[in-house]
Design a protein around this ligand. Structure first.
Ligand code: KIV
Length: 263
């Protein structure tokens, strides 16, 4: 099978073909996701919550992310692997370059950073040095303490405009993918239409170019799953079928439904 690259995802956006992203943290689940045709695998710092049992992603270290990225990269082909930069690992451009190198050398094809315009310089420097960047805006979980909880972002016009401006600034700086998490559907759809960069949504409605879910959530393993989650194991035969059902539902637009999103 042909490797999925950023060019594949850009072409899919141009052709209005939706693609999928799923988190994975080890080689076996990465292999199952890739075999189900899931184009991109995110080694998310959500592992701090779903694997390590923390209440947030903040305790996750770059060494732990590198370890899980190495595991995932051994099973993920032909999917594109995105390595998540954990809390404070990109506080300065120098930190970002040193720590992004660890994830790229561990097998990531791209790194993901949470934050807005303050990251423009960092994104530019990483991109110029051969590190593709996925930006992440909206409900960025590493800022949970600043937000005062896991709450929907961009609901008032000023906040919505700031997210739209940040998205453009990061794309102009060289970000080649964007995750939008827990923002109103209409805002996510507008940003997706305005940008040439593919946009992956989670709790952001059906108007984005792609969807991402945390694997443990979509397998029904999270005690109180967020509203944007659908359990794809229910009624299915096994994990492989759940992954295939998720991929099919994203592609044919049957996931997410309006009840998975926010106004
Ligand atoms: O860490 C993660 O899994 C993520 C997704 C929720 C987008 O950032």
């Amino acid at each position: 099978m042909k490797a999925v690259t950023i060019r594949t995802l850009q072409e899919m956006k141009r052709e209005r073909r939706r693609f999928c992203c799923l988190t994975a943290y080890d080689a076996s689940f990465a292999r199952a996701a890739a075999s189900a045709g899931i184009e991109t695998i995110l080694v998310g710092d959500s592992l701090g919550m779903v694997l390590q049992g923390h209440a947030s992603t903040l305790p996750v270290t770059i060494e732990e992310m590198a370890y899980h990225t190495r595991c995932v990269s051994r099973g993920a082909a032909p999917a594109l692997v995105i390595g998540d930069m954990p809390f404070m690992s990109y506080a300065t451009p120098e930190d970002a370059m040193r720590n992004a190198a660890m994830l790229m050398q561990a097998g990531a094809h791209m790194v993901k950073l949470e934050g807005g315009a303050w990251l423009v310089d960092t994104v530019q420097r990483l991109s110029e040095r051969g590190v593709p960047v996925c930006a992440h805006l909206g409900l960025t979980p590493q800022s949970v303490n600043s937000f005062g909880g896991f709450v929907v972002q961009g609901r008032d016009p000023v906040a919505a405009q700031r997210i739209a401006d940040d998205a453009k600034a990061l794309a102009d700086a060289g970000a080649t993918l964007l995750v939008l998490e827990c923002v109103p559907r209409a805002l996510a759809t507008d940003i997706t239409t305005q940008l040439t960069v593919p946009v992956i949504g989670i709790g952001a409605g059906a108007g984005t170019d792609a969807q991402v879910l945390v694997m443990h959530d979509m397998l029904g393993m999270t005690p109180r799953p967020p509203r944007f989650v659908q359990n794809f194991l229910t009624g299915g035969r096994d994990i492989a079928s759940a992954f295939a059902a998720y991929a099919a539902a994203v592609r044919d637009g049957s996931f997410p439904q309006p009840e998975h999103g926010f106004d």
